[in-house]
Design a protein around this ligand. Structure first.
Ligand code: NAD
Ligand code: WQD
Length: 350
């Protein structure tokens, strides 16, 4: 059993990862401002376990506050210490992630994602906690012509959000280089996480209007209102863009494997792509969603979205080899589980 601090733990990826951590017997300390999530996700998380007659009340702790406030982060470490314990490792999800918003409000993104991370790392150093898994993004690669993206591909973020992610990667790299025998760091570059826990109890719950394709497909199906598909003249078989969609539960499992790897091996810093290695076009995703859920997804074609790339698919061999991690949930399961979450929680957690 380890004590893990999870920043952003009530968010989409965070809540599913907390579920995986708790399932594996770890103690979870969530730090979240609730700026894009709901505290009710914790009740839903508890329900998953109580349905299996497992009591997690003394394993799951929540601290509401913001990473931009270093004293608040210090106070969380302090509260754990007062109980005679210490945090063994951190999974750092907290951050803002809307690409377009990041371009319009750069200071907001640099403050949240970079200064927030800076405060966290400083507090970790002061509390002698030197194991961390960081949420980065395939977005750091920018435009690419590679069939499958390797971790060694050129890094060239084309938007503010991507720049903040790469800056935090660099900060971690510098921290590691200064004390390379002390730190254990995994930088995970996610591709396109979708779906939900198969209980339908936790899922994606954006507080603002979503920008990503999957919650928009769900809403189009639920409200029977047109989704806009951005471009039908891309150089792909059906003319729509290709992405590497990964089931949120496989992604959560990747975090658990990364943490276990860091805790059982010598000091290191690793960058890993977390994707399935399989590409699906937008039309392919829509068609699969319609078939497995027996529901129509109305859509119209519109112009290409500014800044979109044609194809982004992970070479995930390094993650498979190093972590012994294998994403095994299909695109059909992603669509089925995402729709179940919507039908069981039409208004999310509210
Ligand atoms: P999310 O918005 O659902 O979760 C992020 C959580 O962080 C939210 O609960 C929010 O309230 C919290 N938060 C934000 N700023 C904070 C701050 N300053 N202090 C404390 N809490 C704060 O997003 P998600 O999809 O779960 O993404 C988690 C992480 O993964 C993010 O860092 C995101 O950039 C990264 N990521 C996401 C995707 C994706 O497609 N979802 C892809 C690649 C990388
Ligand atoms: C997927 C496909 C769109 C909306 C973004 C971030 C990336 C990462 C994941 C955080 C594209 C098409 C979309 C719509 C559409 N997030 N689409 N109509 O662009 O691959 O990546 O989210 O790190 O950083 O950049 O994901 O879900 O926005 O788009 O046709 O209304 O769906 O053109 O081909 P993307 P997405």
């Amino acid at each position: 059993m380890k004590r893990i601090l999870v920043t952003g733990g009530t968010g989409f990826i965070g809540s599913h990862t907390c579920n995986a951590l708790l399932k594996n017997g770890h103690e979870v300390y969530i730090l979240d401002s609730l700026s894009n999530s709901s505290k009710k996700s914790l009740d839903h998380l508890k329900l998953i376990f109580s349905k299996k007659k497992i009591d997690i009340s003394n394993k799951l702790f929540f601290f509401k506050g913001d990473l931009r406030d270093k004293e608040f982060i210090d106070s969380v470490f302090e509260k754990v210490k007062i109980k005679g314990n210490s945090i063994d490792g951190v999974i750092h999800f907290a951050g803002l992630k809307a690409v377009e918003e990041s371009v319009n409000y750069p200071l907001k993104y640099w403050e949240n994602n970079v200064i927030g991370s800076f405060n966290l790392f400083k507090s970790m150093i002061e509390n002698n906690c030197k194991t961390i898994v960081f949420s980065s993004s395939a977005t750091v690669y920018g435009n690419t012509k590679d069939e499958l993206l390797k971790e060694s591909a050129d890094i060239n973020p084309i938007n503010t959000y991507g720049s903040t992610k790469f800056t935090v990667e660099n900060l971690l790299r510098n921290i590691y280089e200064a004390k390379s025998h002390e730190w254990n760091i995994a930088i995970l570059r996610y591709f396109n996480p979708i779906g939900a826990h198969d209980s339908g109890l936790i899922g994606e719950n954006p507080l603002e209007k979503p920008n990503n394709i999957f919650p928009l497909i769900i809403n189009a199906a639920y409200e029977q209102k047109n989704l806009k598909v951005f471009g039908n003249n891309w150089p792909t078989d059906d003319g729509t863009c290709i992405r590497d969609y990964i089931h949120i539960m496989d992604l959560a499992d990747g975090h658990l494997k990364a943490l276990n790897h860091l805790m059982t091996n010598n000091s290191q810093l690793i960058n890993l792509n977390i994707g399935t290695g399989q590409g699906h076009s937008v039309l392919n995703l829509i068609n699969t969603f319609e078939i497995v859920n027996n529901v129509k997804v109305p859509f119209i074609f519109s112009d290409r979205r500014k800044g979109d790339v044609c194809k982004l698919v992970a070479d995930n061999l390094r993650a498979k080899k190093i972590l012994n991690w294998y994403p095994n949930r299909s695109i059909e399961e992603m669509c089925r589980d995402g729709w179940r979450w919507k039908l069981m929680n039409p208004k999310g957690y509210s």
